[in-house]
Design a protein around this ligand. Structure first.
Ligand code: MG
Length: 302
């Protein structure tokens, strides 16, 4: 997509988002009193590459000083890292927030062997994530490059059957599968938080949940507030990034406004994590604490 078109889409989406926020807020107010929202805490989480530092322990020390509550790691090779991660988190005020993907194969593959590969590798990661006390493991049903894939409506039927099995498995391991909607550049199949939540509703299994990623939401959703509200009780994780370059929040200036999304999280009494999944343009020692301060300030305003 060229820059002009991207800017056009972004501006249109923002304008539509603002309009949507107004009408949604109004209809919520008409339906019921505004829920008390100011006692919900902002639980920030970092992926293992976010904080400055040369070792995991250095990064965790840094995170603790900043009051970061969660750590998110990749799912690739996680089984072999369980002991290392348990030792690193021992005695700290940081919990495992999420396991980010790491599976192979994909669940909407035409080829049954590739679907099975995804089921098997996902179960392995879920078991390790459960041992680490993770809220869940992030799963994408299919990326654009993963072809041939099943088409609708068969893709959804096959996905749901597999998610019921994965949900049971996740529950046994005290964790969950978290479906992640991506933007159109990465996935054709699942792009909206509402769609992910509707799949969770149909799966009807507490082991299957969803997440909202501000970066993908920037391109696909008409309203941050509406997107999170549509996730509702199925929303188990949030990804955070700046809104033009997927960098540290604040590095894209005024575009990095998360207040409407945060307001929804407060109204939902969201108890899980807001986890950084982003690059960094400047020096991490400066950009990371500035991003944390910005998000805390916006959370207060929400
Ligand atoms: Mg993400």
């Amino acid at each position: 997509m060229n820059t002009n078109r991207r800017d056009f889409i972004k501006k249109s989406a923002l304008a539509a988002g603002m309009a949507g926020v107004g009408s949604l807020a109004q209809s919520c107010c008409n339906a019921a009193p505004t829920p008390a929202k100011n006692n919900v805490s902002l639980n920030l989480s970092f992926q293992d590459g976010t904080a400055p530092g040369t070792s995991l322990n250095e990064k965790l020390d840094y995170m603790e000083k900043l009051g970061i509550a969660g750590l998110e790691v990749g799912g690739g090779g996680l089984t072999k890292r369980v002991n290392e991660l348990q030792q690193a988190l021992k005695g700290r005020n940081i919990k495992m927030s999420a396991i980010c993907a790491g599976f192979s194969g994909w669940l909407i593959a035409e080829n049954e062997a590739q679907r099975k590969e995804c089921m098997d590798s996902t179960k392995e990661i879920l078991a390790a994530g459960g041992e680490l006390g993770s809220t869940g493991m992030i799963l994408v049903p299919g990326f654009n490059g993963q072809q041939p894939s099943l088409q609708m409506p068969q893709a959804r039927e096959v996905l749901i059957e597999q998610l019921i099995e994965l949900g049971d498995f996740a529950q046994k391991h005290n964790t969950s599968v978290m479906l992640e909607p991506l933007n159109r550049e990465e996935a054709w199949y699942l792009r909206l938080v509402a769609d992910a939540a509707a799949i969770c509703r149909d799966v009807n299994n507490p082991g299957v949940t969803c997440l909202g990623d501000f970066w993908h939401m920037t391109w696909e959703e008409t309203s941050d507030y509406g997107a999170f509200m549509s996730g509702g009780k199925y929303l188990r994780h949030v990804h955070m990034a700046s809104r033009k370059r997927r960098s540290m929040p604040g590095e894209d200036g005024e575009a990095d406004n998360y207040i409407d999304g945060f307001r929804a999280l407060k109204e939902l009494n969201y108890q899980y994590y807001v986890s950084f999944e982003c690059g960094c343009q400047g020096k991490r020692e400066e950009s990371v604490p500035a991003a944390v301060a910005l998000l805390r300030e916006q959370w207060e305003k929400a």
